[in-house]
Design a binder for this molecule. Structure first.
Ligand code: ATP
Length: 370
């Protein structure tokens, strides 16, 4: 799978461009604030229906306009597919796939798979559990689009249960309504935990192998899924029974706090290098390499699942990698369409054999270089 072209109208600082991409490596160079990340953002939106840096669609529309358009042509299984997104300051966004308007934004999942690695992703290894759950959720959705609707339902049920918990201290009769939300919370939460556990179990050997290669065997990466129910070797029925039991045991505590203390919304990932927690003990370089290993492992998982490589978007991270890591990445480029943005020219001798195109971005305009 590869993107053939991208057309942007009034998208952030792009007034109107159409750029044809190379099926292998694409390097977009430009000074700060010229529109490099905006371009990657538009491709990411074509893949997931939403931005990786804002939840507010209005921010994506050029400040002086009311509407914006993102159109992507891709080649998949030797046929051309199109994805079009129309953003409007006064209406919800609309999506067309192959010219047909879709009812739901989630219909976009699975058409174009993309894995992005941006400086923001360092949060996965630097900050709190939310970022690791978010990583899991984004990546699982790419492989199993149904997962997204289960997540949305779970969030809705969790919010309803928490609302009820806050009311019970003032109206104890409402306590008996908890079982309605508990049942749904357990059902949806169990599905989420099973998805996450199976994803992590598949991610572990691949990321371990990649990390070992990148670091020339010097570092051993270990990842484990941390769930409040410790589900690892449990079957579905046992998870349900345990979830029910612990939810009941914590009921008074939950009412006191006005929030639900167990469930997949508390999950985390433990990430270690050479037996030490990366978050606490990892150097900046080790953290960056860990995220790179996770992202490259995700690419392999998507390939296993869909039989096609996703596209790889590297936002301003290539120049931060040392020569070994760059060399390793370049060795992977030959099978994957990659789009790199950078301030500096990142051409290195290893790139000579790679089929590539370089572009310059200047104030929302794109110039081909070679
Ligand atoms: N809705 C919008 N309308 C018009 N311009 C916008 C909008 N949103 C962002 N911009 C402009 O886009 C530019 C930022 O683009 P982008 O984030 O892609 O920069 P970049 O080239 O990746 O820079 P850096 O190298 O600093 O990361 C800024 O000049 C900003 O003012």
């Amino acid at each position: 799978m590869h993107i053939k072209s991208v057309k942007l109208i009034n998208f952030r600082n792009y007034k109107g461009i159409k750029v044809f991409l190379n099926s292998n490596l694409n390097i977009f160079l430009g000074e700060n604030g010229e529109g490099k990340t905006n371009l990657l953002e538009s491709l990411y939106i074509a893949s997931s229906g939403k931005s990786f840096r804002t939840n507010k669609d209005k921010e994506l529309i050029n400040l002086n306009k009311n509407e914006a358009y993102v159109g992507v042509e891709l080649v998949k299984e030797d046929t051309i597919k199109t994805i079009e997104i129309k953003l409007d300051n006064n209406k919800p966004k609309r999506i067309k796939i192959n010219g047909i308007e879709q009812d739901k934004i989630s219909d976009i999942f699975g058409v174009l798979q993309a894995v992005i690695f941006s400086p923001e992703d360092l949060k996965i290894v630097k900050e709190g559990p939310y970022h690791r759950r978010n990583f899991l959720d984004i990546e699982i959705t790419q492989i199993k689009p149904i997962y997204k609707s289960i997540l949305n339902d779970y969030s809705r049920v969790l919010a309803q249960r928490n609302n009820l918990l806050k009311v019970i201290p003032y109206d104890d009769k409402k306590r008996k309504l908890l079982f309605v939300w508990n049942k749904q919370l357990i059902e949806l939460g169990t599905k989420i935990m099973i998805f996450r556990n199976s994803f992590v179990n598949r991610l572990i050997p691949i990321s371990k192998e990649i990390h070992k290669s990148i670091t020339k065997g010097e570092e051993v990466l270990d990842i484990s899924y941390i769930s409040s129910l410790n589900i690892n070797k449990m079957d579905k029925n046992t998870i349900i029974k345990n979830f029910e039991k612990i939810l009941l045991e914590n009921e008074n505590n939950d009412i006191e706090k006005g929030s639900t203390s167990i469930g997949p919304h508390k999950d985390d990932l433990e990430i270690k290098i050479n037996d030490k927690d990366v978050r606490m003990f990892g150097s900046q370089g080790q953290k960056r390499t860990t995220v790179l290993s996770l992202k490259l492992a995700e690419i392999e998982l998507i390939k296993q699942e869909t039989e096609e490589y996703p596209i790889l978007l590297l936002d301003d991270v290539f120049s931060e990698l040392d020569i070994n890591r760059r060399r390793y990445l370049v060795s992977r480029f030959k099978d994957i369409q990659t789009i790199i943005t950078s301030n500096d020219d990142i051409n290195t001798p290893h790139m000579d054999k790679i089929d590539k195109k370089t572009y310059y971005i200047k104030d929302g305009d794109i110039l081909y270089s070679k």
